[in-house]
Design a protein around this ligand. Structure first.
Ligand code: ADP
Length: 450
């Protein structure tokens, strides 16, 4: 096994990776910016290397500096977590050139999934079901409009280079199309520097169900079941659960096998997530594949009893997958709630400030808190304002849900505005308990949530 790895990230995910590395007897190197010089991840790692000023462009996004830090400390591999450099093909290539193991898929797989259009073209060839739509190279307005007209409204325009819920626009009728397309292209250009668009049928009541896959370098592949991430705001996930409620065994298997087909189509290796939209009639459609560890991976860990970071490290080192499909099973139900420094009553405006007091619920085998901050730390303007992830497990969905609301009520944070009350309202509201959930959940239940 590796003896030393570098973690090119910060916050809760850096701490999460360090924990597993430490348990496996692997030394860890943290990297940090000015704002993070006294942070938890730096504290937890065996060594730490300074990258630069607080803005991520001047620190965490500097691939060359990260590679230099690995060389300087003798780290054999780099784990990029999620965000920052995690899906950056140039960085992955640079690691390969320097003979440092990139803990993730090969460059070619990152590149193949880097554009939503190109990804759909590959999946179409591999016979993975797609959301009906147009994702061709001919980008003339007339061609895109014709595709929308033929398919019928509403449609969703998406930036091929989009991500994080940005660069999407619904169009409800042919009259609005020209204006919608122009605005979507403008947005895409300014956010991603690229205005290649695709258009999809807009499903009005879908669920977001994603499959965790794992592949090794010996041709083995398994799926670790699904996560339901339908509770979203502006296409960003708020609460995730595993397994997805109401899934028949046959649908689970079909989606799992489609996800493996998708991974194999791009010669995948490591941890990946294949995102699908699940329609009310049980049809499912490929949306995109994320070529990294997801924020919400802990719910999968809770229901399978597996450590996904350990799997990543083993596979990256060249070992075979720790388990085969028949050895994997779902036990109970898990939820994850993302605790953010933000004001739910003011359009979820990000909040900053000093965490004057922070007490997390007691952790045990049912309740897990993944965090990268402690009392006395500052939530700064520089990074994603996530304070912690609360993950709970129960024998049934109902039991897990009770634990979720109880644990949310036990959180004490002062000094910074948080979304905890909003999450509590969500976890206790009747439609959520009754599984009346699709991606429009937050909009539909405003009166009970705020
Ligand atoms: P991003 O990469 O920005 O996260 P995705 O393509 O993964 O974008 O989509 C994010 C979310 O947007 C989905 O989880 C879903 O809620 C919504 N969405 C995407 N495509 C469609 C569609 N064709 N119809 C309805 N909702 C969609």
């Amino acid at each position: 096994m590796f003896t030393k790895i570098l973690i090119a990230n910060r916050g809760e995910i850096a701490c999460r990776i360090i924990k597993t590395a430490r348990a496996m007897g692997i030394s860890t190197v943290a990297v940090y910016s000015d704002a993070d010089k006294d942070s938890l991840h730096v504290n937890m790692a065996d060594e730490a290397v300074y990258l630069g000023p607080s803005p991520s462009r001047e620190s965490y996004l500097l691939g060359d500096k990260v590679v230099d830090a690995a060389k300087q400390t003798g780290a054999q591999a780099i784990h990029t977590g999620y965000g920052f450099l995690s899906e950056n093909a140039d960085f992955c290539r640079r690691c390969e050139q320097e003979n440092i193991c990139f803990i993730g898929p090969p460059v070619s797989a990152i590149e193949a999934m880097g554009s939503k259009s190109a990804a759909k073209t590959i999946m179409e060839k591999a016979n993975v079901p797609l959301v009906p739509g147009y994702h061709g190279d001919d980008q003339s307005d007339a061609i895109i409009k014709k595709a929308a007209d033929d398919m019928g409204y509403p449609v969703l325009l998406k930036a091929a280079a989009g991500g994080g819920g940005k660069g999407m626009r619904q169009v409800w009728s042919a009259d609005e199309f020209a204006e919608g397309l122009a605005a979507a292209k403008r947005e895409a250009r300014s956010s991603f520097g690229d205005d290649i668009m695709l258009v999809e049928k807009y499903l009005t009541q879908p669920r977001h169900v994603e499959i965790q896959v794992f592949c090794d370098s010996h041709g083995n592949a398994v799926y670790l079941f699904e996560r339901d991430c339908s509770v979203q705001r502006r296409h960003q996930k708020i609460i995730e659960e595993a397994p997805a409620f109401g899934m028949s065994e046959s649908l689970r298997q079909q989606m799992g096998e489609a996800a493996i087909k998708a991974a194999k189509a791009i010669g995948y290796c490591g941890a990946g997530t294949v995102e699908f939209l699940l329609d009310v009639d049980g049809s499912f459609y490929f949306m995109e594949m994320n070529t990294r560890l997801q924020v919400e991976h802990p719910v999968t860990e809770m229901i399978t009893g597996e450590d996904l970071v350990e799997w990543q490290l083993r596979v990256a080192f060249g070992e075979s997958l720790p388990k085969q499909q028949y050895e994997l099973a779902i036990h109970g139900h898990a939820f994850e709630a993302r605790i953010y420094a933000e004001d739910a009553n003011n359009d979820f405006l990000p909040a900053t400030g000093l965490l004057e007091f922070m007490q997390t619920p007691e952790q045990n085998k049912f309740v897990r808190v993944d965090t990268g901050v402690r009392q006395g730390d500052e939530v700064s303007v520089y990074y994603d304002p996530m304070i912690a992830k609360l993950i709970v497990w129960g024998e049934t969905r109902q039991k897990a849900l009770q634990r979720l609301s109880k644990a949310l009520a036990a959180f004490r944070i002062s000094g910074v505005t948080t979304n905890i009350e909003f999450l509590y309202n969500l976890s206790t509201c009747e439609p959520f308990i009754r599984e009346e959930i699709d991606t429009g959940f937050i909009d539909k239940n405003q009166d009970q949530l705020f």
